[in-house]
Design a protein around this ligand. Structure first.
Ligand code: DI6
Ligand code: FE
Length: 423
């Protein structure tokens, strides 16, 4: 007789329906659900060493396995933790006054040109120490975590000098450690032209490439590099220099591209093997082709689209037809998206742009991970990935995109450890 050796897991969650977001593995098992969810009905999932050790139909649980702790999921839905792959969560102050100005007819670009916009947040951020930056960002992060976010990207870009950018990245690092979440810290020194370089954009790019980025990278504070490629910010030629510097330091790149006008930024970041091009309302066919060829993820930001009352939609269908993976993120920031809710983005992407709930949920799980280069570590339910898991009191996963307000996780595990859920 051939008896398998006993297996002992740390934790086994039983009596759950799984949305794995692994359609190739679990796509067509239940015709009631969009195959993109990768549904396993009446499933179970086992955790060992903070990783997913086994998952499948509960009826197929290996008879030789047991767990130190069993959790009854009571027939609820278990999804991978959500990933917010584009945020500016750390900043000082707020811009409610500009919101009022904009509603009196002044445009976002005009406010920026008059020294407001990003630069008004730069003034407030520079005047705020690391402790206060952490304290101000904490409730914003808690709002996201309360909605089932377990992985997040946080950008700098409101310091725009070495010391202030360092403080932002230190604040991000502290928040990541405090909450134990998976974090990518992105250097966004090329966000706006700072006051000290008013008529000397190339001089600022010199300092960025020669001093700021190399220093912060050497201090271990930078995981990726981003920029704002726009008529009111940096040109493709300037971003090219920043990317060359990032590439030389071995850091992945991404770009705020074609948000307000078409500058060819998406093609530029694709050419540099970028992780993602973000915003993309004004993206053209050449940019889409470049992204598809390079495998660059499109990060769409419905919060900024909505809050700036943009009317030009990103070319969703053309991106899908070209096979470009699409992620969604909050863009949480004080100027263009003071909306600290990824669930709201799911609803916006469906109602404003016509994404399906399965596409939208894929965009904040599987493709959110892809946009951060985390696809081997998280974003789907698969053996070997981090056990970043969220249990939801739903009848169907689509409810997460359909209903806004009042849906909270019943339980969250980060690397297999149960978290305190806010009710
Ligand atoms: N585009 C955006 O929407 C954010 N940054 C960027 O490059 C807005 C930043 C802000 O207005 O503070
Ligand atoms: Fe942004």
């Amino acid at each position: 007789m051939n008896r398998a050796a006993p297996v002992r897991w740390d934790r086994l969650i039983r009596n759950v329906h799984l949305a794995t977001f692994e359609p190739a593995q679990h796509g067509s098992q239940d015709p009631q659900f969009d195959p993109d969810y990768g549904v396993v009905r009446d499933g179970a999932i086992a955790i060992a060493g903070g990783r997913i050790a086994w998952l499948g139909a509960e009826a197929q649980l290996p008879p030789n396995a047991s767990a130190a702790e069993e959790v009854d999921g009571q027939g609820q839905w278990l999804l991978p933790g959500l990933i917010d792959c584009h945020t500016h969560l750390v900043f000082g102050g707020n811009r409610a006054e500009e919101f009022e100005q904009r509603l009196q007819g002044v445009s976002y670009a005009d406010i920026a040109r008059a020294g407001g916009g990003i630069n008004s947040t730069v003034r407030a951020t520079r005047a705020t120490g690391v402790d206060a930056l952490v304290a101000q960002a904490r409730p914003r992060l808690q709002a996201l975590l309360a909605e089932g976010v377990t992985g997040i990207e946080i950008k700098s870009g409101y310091g725009l000098d070495l010391a202030s950018e360092r403080q932002m990245l230190q604040a991000a690092s502290r928040l990541g450690a405090e909450f134990g979440i998976k974090l990518q810290r992105t250097f966004l020194g090329a966000h706006a032209l700072p006051p000290q370089y008013q008529d000397n954009a190339d001089g600022y790019v010199d300092e960025l490439c020669q001093t700021m980025l190399p220093s912060l990278a050497a201090e271990g504070l930078v995981d990726a590099v981003d920029g704002f490629c726009e008529s009111i910010a940096f040109s493709t030629a300037q971003m090219e220099r920043v990317f060359a510097c990032a590439n030389a330091l071995g850091l992945p790149v991404k770009l705020h591209a074609e948000q307000l006008t078409n500058q060819g930024g998406a093609a530029l970041v694709a050419r540099h093997g970028g992780l993602s091009a973000d915003h993309l309302e004004y993206l053209d066919a050449a940019g889409i082709a470049a992204m598809a060829a390079a495998g660059t993820t499109a990060v769409l930001l419905p919060g900024a689209y909505y809050f700036l009352r943009e009317t030009k939609q990103p070319p969703l269908q053309a991106l899908q037809q070209a096979g470009v993976p699409i992620a969604l993120a909050s863009d949480a920031n004080p100027g263009s998206s003071p909306l600290f809710s990824l669930q709201l983005m799911l609803n916006f992407a469906c109602t404003l742009w016509g994404m399906t709930p399965a596409q939208a949920l894929t965009a904040v799980t599987r493709n959110g991970a892809l946009a951060l280069g985390w696809q081997d570590h998280c974003g789907t339910l698969a053996r070997g990935k981090r056990a970043d898991l969220v249990l939801w009191p739903l009848q169907t996963p689509a409810e997460l995109a359909y209903q806004f307000g009042g849906i909270r996780p019943s339980q969250i595990w980060i690397e297999g450890q149960p978290q305190q859920v806010q009710s």
